[in-house]
Design a protein around this ligand. Structure first.
Ligand code: SF4
Length: 333
């Protein structure tokens, strides 16, 4: 059957004074109904922009979806007019962002905001929407809902605010929840609670989740599948067990070597992300790659090679016509 979400050769660019930033540069991935896919990478890898491109949440201009397709349940969202897209946003596709503050309006109570979110997409009377708001707040663990439903966002702690945002995202029973670093702004203990909540909700509602994170510890906990991004491109993709057991792309290997130590992960790889207005030829990772060979420096990003099952890596080391000298010698013994 067709995937619920199919992103194909997506290119999202931003015009800046320094030139065109190709934030997402030919990215493809799928999310099946009911599954959790994690987009993982350093900040600047393009993972957030890829997510925001799905329902065109990027500011245009300076942003532009320059090419590619985003099919949701068969419909190409990139070609839909804004009015139709808004029916998906907060409807069949829910969003939870990093900063709960920005997702809530300070001048309305959380109950009123939930009622509005529900009625934006569903033709139900206020009383029914209020009942639903009540049960959603209860489900996300607000506690004492009767007392809290008419409170304003500033009356909630950061973790509780994020729970309210999760309730908003669930207002219309989405088929896909897009969660972009939803726990990063929270205290560590609260992070774990919100993560567990999302995992439970995903399970219990059978919705798919596209989860963006820089934290491989989080990936290990919740993902079915992983898409590793670097400098606007996908480096490796596969089942979470395959990728953790047998990381194949040197970038993924470097990321995993930074574990454990949740949160500090990626800074420990030497070097920095390339200039996004002028990325290197060949493999984007070659200036930082400990295994780079001359073939890595020219042409385009290497094609995806199968490294087992549905597990693929974009690296010349796995190409059919690449003969690694030492390996060849070792095999002669
Ligand atoms: Fe390293 Fe070359 Fe593979 Fe890129 S293609 S990850 S530079 S070995």
């Amino acid at each position: 059957s067709n995937p619920l979400l199919s992103v194909r050769d997506l290119h999202t660019t931003f015009d800046t004074d320094d030139g065109t930033v190709r934030a997402v540069d030919g990215v493809s991935f799928d999310v099946d109904a009911g599954e959790t896919v994690c987009l993982v990478g350093e900040s600047g890898s393009g993972k957030t922009v890829a997510c925001e491109s799905i329902t065109k949440l990027i500011p245009t201009p300076p942003g532009e979806i320059a090419a590619g397709e985003v099919r949701f349940d068969g419909e190409d969202l990139t070609s839909l007019p804004d009015k139709q897209l808004t029916e998906y946003r907060g409807g069949r596709i829910g969003h939870v962002f990093q900063n709960p503050q920005g997702a809530l309006d300070p001048v309305y109570t959380v109950g009123d905001q939930l009622v509005e979110a529900i009625r934006l997409h569903r033709d139900v009377p206020k009383s029914a929407a209020r009942e639903r708001a009540h049960s959603l707040l209860d489900r996300v663990g607000i506690g004492d809902v009767e007392d809290r439903i008419d409170d304003y966002p500033h009356q909630f702690s950061g973790g509780m605010k994020q729970r309210v945002v999760v309730a908003m995202a669930l207002a219309c029973d989405p088929d896909l929840l897009i969660a972009d670093e939803p726990t990063t702004a929270l205290d560590v203990t609260i992070q774990a609670q919100v993560l567990r909540l999302l995992d439970e909700l995903q399970d219990e509602r059978g919705m798919a989740m596209l989860f963006v994170t820089h934290d491989l510890g989080v990936v290990a906990e919740i993902a079915d599948r992983v898409v590793v991004m670097y400098a606007g491109k996908v480096m490796e993709t596969g089942d979470v067990y395959q990728v953790f057991e047998n990381p194949s792309h040197p970038y993924t290997k470097a990321l995993l070597e930074c574990l454990p130590g949740r949160g500090r992960a990626l800074e420990t790889i030497g070097g920095t992300l390339p200039d996004p207005t002028d990325p290197p030829d060949g493999c984007r990772f070659h200036p930082r790659c400990p295994h780079a060979v001359p073939a890595c420096e020219d042409g385009d990003q290497p094609a995806f090679e199968d490294v087992g099952g549905s597990h693929q890596a974009s690296c010349v080391l796995y190409g059919a016509d690449y003969d690694e000298p030492e390996l060849a010698e070792a095999n002669d013994d």
